[in-house]
Structure formats: C-alpha cells, structure tokens
Design a protein around this ligand. Structure first.
Ligand code: PMP
Length: 465
C-alpha cells in the first residue's frame, strides 16, 4: 500500500512494518527509472501532490505517470528496440505445446494448485537441480515457486531482511534490488565490479575482495550477486564465488544469488552455483526464472531454492501476498524441465541450443557496434552487451546537462537515430553512478531481422560521421 506523509514523501506499508520507500527521490521532483518491462524509461514522481488527500490517489498518480511516460515515448519515436530485456521471438515449440496441453488438460489445470509450487513443477525442479547443486533438494521444503524471479527476490528481501539490516549489493545490479531492500526496512550497501586492464570482456570486470570485506559490518545480513550479470554479462568464476562464500561463512551472512540467465553462457564460460560450494547450501537463496530459461518471460514463472529453514520464511510472505501462481504455466514449465532433464548435455537440449543461437547474435551485434566506434565489452553470459561510448563524438547540446552522459546519449540515440538502448549507470547506486556513465546496454535476444534493422541504423550513422 502506498501512503503519504505530511512532507509529501511516499511510504510503503510492508507486510511487517511501514517504512519510507527511499527509491523515490525526495530531493528532486522526478527520477527516471529504467525497466526491462516497459522497453524504455518511465517516470516516477516524488513529493507527489495528493490532491484528494487519500492514499489511493497517490498510488493512482504513480501508476498513471509511469504509463503516460512510456506511452508517450513509444508513440513519439519509432525505434528499433534493443533496450527491452526479453526475446522478440517465440518460445520453443515443445514448451508452447506443453502449455497448450496443460490448458486443455481438464478442470484442475484451471484451478488453484499448491500455494508454494505446483507439485509436478517442484518435483521436476528438485530432480533437475539436485545433481547440479550437489544436494538432495526436497521438492516440498526447499523450493518456492513465484511470480517470476521478481517475486522470488521480493519474498527473499521481505522475509530475510529486518529493519536496519544492511544488504550488500554488487553493482551493476538489476534495478529492483535496492527498492526491495528499502521496502523491507534494510539499507543497501554497494560494492562495484570494476573494469581492470583492457576491458574487452565481461571477465575483465572484477570484484575486489578487500573492498567487499570492508563493507561488512555487524548489521550486514546478506550479499546479493547476479551471475550471469545483467547488464555486463559477467559469469563469476569459481574462485570469485569462493571468495564471496568465504566471507558469507566467516561473517554468518546469507547470499541471494540471482541466476536467471544461468543457461546463457558463451565461449566455454561455465555457470557455477554459489549454493554448490561447501557450506553454502544452508545460507544461499538461488533465484531462477522460467521466463529466461524457456524464452517465455510473459508466463512469469520463477522460483527460489535453498534450505527449507530459509525458504519457509519466504513462503510466509508468498502466502500473504500472491498465495500461488498460475497452474497451467507451472505445469508447462514442469514438462520443460522433465524434457531438459532427459536431454541434458545433448545437442537437442534447449539449454544447449539457445546459447548457441545467442552466441551468433552476440558476434553479429559486437561487429556492428565496432563498425561505428562503439567498443563492445564481450559478455561471457546473459543476453546483454555493454559498449563504451566515450570515444563517440556526438552533439548532445540539446540534452539536459544535469544528466549523466550515458542517459543523454541514450536519449539522443532514440530521438536522432531511432535506436533504443539502456544507460549502464542506471544499474549503479547514486554514489558510484558517475564512475560508470560511459557505457550503454544493448539486448541481443532478438530476431535477426531486429538486429539487422539496428545494424542498418548504425551503418548509416557511421557513414555520416
Ligand atoms: N533478475 C534479473 C537479473 C533480471 O534481468 C530479471 C528480468 N529482466 C529478473 C530477475 C526478473 O525475472 P522474471 O521475469 O522471471 O521476473
């Protein structure tokens, strides 16, 4: 629920306690927040004027403002969209067929199922991941099925973060982590991945063990990581994960590991689950997404996996917010995992085919960016690529000078060239944003025709230079 205090600040009343939603800037009147879901930025007003004096009006105003901004931008500029973080192609036939079969599978497929996860789905997830994590996963105790990975993250922060707790977030980070920590009453503490050396690959972005250790205090509750990372594409190596694990164990911390892009790795990079490292199963919540796994983001099926002792707290939040998720979608995802279990490691496996397809798209996009002087950072995983814009000379004079360079550049690219991307500094905290405002993010989980259209825009631009 959104309410307002006498100063006009927006508050959220969480399940357990009311608190200020600090993601709404109180210093300026507007903040741009970028979202993978709305294809471009949308506007959030702070100091919202509540004309009618009731809380509903505030929430309606927030809602309306977001939509207006999105609708305006989408209508105003006809863009080739490499900003959106989801495929513009269909999921593989086997999973679509599984969904159709589920929908025509009789009355039970259209009614409520088990609150914490449809039994066939949690069973297939447990079977699939037990071998990978190296732990016999209890389907009913250790897994919570959620409305996308997004709700798994929400449940994790609400359930595990108490008022005044500190949560270390490794930057760049998926934009919902910070508001979710704040809504739980916690304080986000940031440690950036920093480029080291030539910065040709996402592997050149590293986390300093000293810097991470220096942020741990008596109030630290958890460390949040995302591997493969959005937006950089970094796939954490075992030794990097071990360093984080050692700190978690030493200081008795939880680890929330967002692994939604786990099957998307390139050039032999191997995704390792931090939960599989010794002593980490008990203290890790691993977050996954069927949307990313089967290219079906609109189904919004996700999960959290970990020790039943941790997951049980998240179940309480889930039970008192959404209660349970769409039955037919869960049934279909369960079939998808059954299939992948049988085909695991074979060329027919979608978990082999999708990264192979994306690897080609990655190469195509990188070549095209280089041709206009945008230096790509080759991602080891995920479906995003960032590129350095510092050597590109464009006239941004008509853009607001208060904004970061990457924000201005992205707006220029949309308005002048009809190509939508995302500024990378939006994935950093205000304290570190300035250091990382020379990169923009492209999404390459797109039809070749979409990438061709982007290439054409960039080609024309390079001829004009
Ligand atoms: N985590 C990361 C890193 C993401 O990029 C996304 C989606 N863009 C999510 C979580 C949310 O996933 P879902 O669509 O399953 O809610």
């Amino acid at each position: 629920m959104i309410v307002q205090n006498e100063k006009g600040y927006v508050f959220f009343s969480s399940i357990t306690r009311p608190m200020k939603a600090t993601y709404c800037s109180t210093g300026s009147n507007e903040d741009f927040i970028f979202s993978d879901y709305y294809s471009t930025w949308f506007l959030v007003c702070s100091n919202v004027t509540d004309n009618s004096g009731n809380s509903t009006a505030v929430s309606e105003q927030l809602f309306r403002t977001n939509r207006v901004e999105f609708t305006q931008l989408a209508a105003e500029y006809k863009v080739v969209n490499l900003g959106q973080g989801f495929p513009d192609f269909s999921p593989p036939p086997f999973i679509q067929e599984a969904f159709c079969k589920a929908v025509s599978g009789g009355p039970t497929m259209h009614q409520y199922t088990r609150a914490f996860g449809h039994p066939p789905l949690v069973k297939s997830l447990a079977k699939f991941f037990s071998g990978i994590v190296g732990h016999e996963i209890d389907a009913l105790e250790d897994i919570l099925v959620t409305v996308g990975a997004y709700q798994a993250l929400f449940c994790a922060f609400q359930a595990l973060v108490d008022e005044g707790d500190e949560v270390i977030i490794v930057e760049p980070f998926f934009d919902c982590y910070q508001p979710m920590v704040a809504m739980a009453g916690g304080k986000a503490v940031y440690v950036p991945l920093r480029p080291s050396g030539a910065v040709l690959s996402s592997g050149d972005w590293v986390l300093s063990a000293e810097e991470l250790a220096s942020k741990i205090t008596a109030r630290t509750k958890a460390i949040v990581i995302n591997t493969p990372n959005n937006p950089i594409g970094k796939v954490y190596k075992t030794e990097e994960l071990q360093m984080i694990a050692d700190l978690c164990i030493k200081h008795d911390l939880l680890c929330i590991s967002d692994e939604v892009y786990e099957w998307l790795t390139y050039d032999g990079a191997k995704h390792v689950k931090i939960a599989s490292l010794p002593g980490m199963w008990e203290r890790t919540v691993t977050v996954g997404s069927a949307g990313k796994t089967f290219s079906a983001t609109g189904w919004k099926v996700g999960w959290a996996m970990g020790s039943g002792q941790v997951i049980k707290h998240m179940k309480t939040i889930h039970q008192n917010t959404v209660y349970h998720c769409a039955t037919a979608a869960q049934e279909a995802v369960g079939h998808g995992f059954e299939r992948e279990h049988k085909l695991f490691g074979s060329p027919e496996s979608y978990f082999q085919q999708l990264p192979a397809t994306l690897q080609q798209k990655r190469t195509k996009l990188a070549a095209c960016l280089e041709s206009v002087g945008l230096q790509p950072v080759m991602p080891e995983g995920g479906y995003f690529m960032i590129a350095d814009i510092s050597s590109v000379k464009v006239n941004l004079n008509d853009q607001s000078t208060d904004e970061a360079d990457d924000f201005r550049f992205v707006k220029w690219l949309i308005k002048e060239k009809g190509l939508a991307t995302i500024p990378v500094s939006a994935f950093y905290s205000p304290e570190h944003r300035k250091e990382f405002d020379n990169y923009i993010r492209f999404c390459f989980v797109k039809e070749d025709s979409t990438l061709d259209a982007a290439e054409e825009i960039l080609r024309k631009w390079s001829q004009e230079q």
